[in-house]
Design a protein around this ligand. Structure first.
Ligand SMILES: Nc1ncnc2c1ncn2[C@@H]1O[C@H](COP(=O)(O)OP(=O)(O)OP(=O)(O)O)[C@@H](O)[C@H]1O
Length: 252
């Protein structure tokens, strides 16, 4: 479903992604865990074909992110950055507008809105204008909008960031509700508890590099630490303090 092979991205002289290699399958909620500036947004936007990679390759749903960008775009839903909702449009109008951009027929659009209504419990949101939404309501419609064309891959980039406690709970419950065998959800965050609650596996990213991939339990056990936060900081300190030794271990 998702294959990333030695993917690199530079901004001018600055290398934001350094040879990232990862794989994830449908049915997984796959976490990208990293501090601010680790490279999570760069990685997700490159996978979403909004940025061009400088080196390496990746495929999403079997499509190459450079040579088959259109097919990749049709295969993903992306939630990243601002919400970008039009205050005067109701939830239903927002979903219909995006469905039309994806070329869905009127009948298929109604079907999808009904399915999303059931999955995400949209109810009144469909008939209220976005200008009157709470933050949690807005985030629900933003997630529904990303799923209107029923993509097999959903990319969520720090989607809970900046939400109040109620809106954040709504989002985490949505991700749980969307967890299904047919879909891969890639969930980027810097919040350990979100990874612990949601993710089947997680990649720890720092300085544009993948430091470790595994389940939360594997990461904690392999580190010899007592919890994910401590395991995370141990990985980061090893990266900073022992680069030569770490490289030696990888090569050996
Ligand atoms: N357009 C750009 N030009 C130059 N440097 C950039 C650009 N975008 C991001 N960077 C740098 O690339 C690195 C990775 O940024 P990125 O936004 O991918 O990280 P992140 O893990 O998503 O962090 P955050 O959660 O803060 O967005 C950072 O050092 C950032 O300053």
């Amino acid at each position: 479903m998702l294959k990333i092979n030695q993917l690199g991205k530079t901004y001018g002289d600055f290398q934001a992604l350094k040879s990232v290699t990862l794989e994830a399958s449908s049915g997984e909620v796959f976490g990208l865990l990293g501090a601010n500036g680790a490279g999570k947004t760069t990685l997700l936007r490159t996978l979403a074909t909004l940025l061009s990679p400088t080196s390496g390759s990746a495929s999403v749903n079997g499509f190459d992110i450079v040579r088959q960008a259109q097919q990749v775009r049709a295969s993903i839903g992306l939630v990243s950055g601002g919400m970008g909702l039009h205050d005067r449009l109701t939830g239903r109008e927002t979903l219909k507008y995006f469905a039309s951009l994806y070329g869905l027929s009127a009948g298929r659009t109604e079907e999808r809105i009904e399915t999303l209504n059931q999955q995400l419990d949209l109810k009144d949101l469909l008939d209220i204008r976005a200008g009157g939404f709470s933050t949690g309501m807005k985030q629900k419609i933003v997630v529904a909008r990303a799923l209107v064309h029923d993509p097999p891959v959903l990319l969520l980039d720090e989607a809970a960031s900046g939400l109040d406690v109620l809106a954040r709970r709504t989002l985490l419950d949505l991700v749980t509700a969307l967890h299904s065998q047919e879909r891969l959800i890639v969930y980027s965050t810097h919040v350990m508890s979100e990874v612990e609650e949601l993710c089947d596996r997680v990649a720890v990213i720092s300085g544009g590099e993948v430091l470790k991939v595994g389940t939360v339990n594997e990461l904690v056990q392999d580190s010899g630490e007592s919890n994910l936060e401590r395991a995370f900081f141990r990985l980061l300190s090893e990266q900073k303090l022992l680069p030569a030794q770490k490289k030696g271990v990888v090569r050996g």
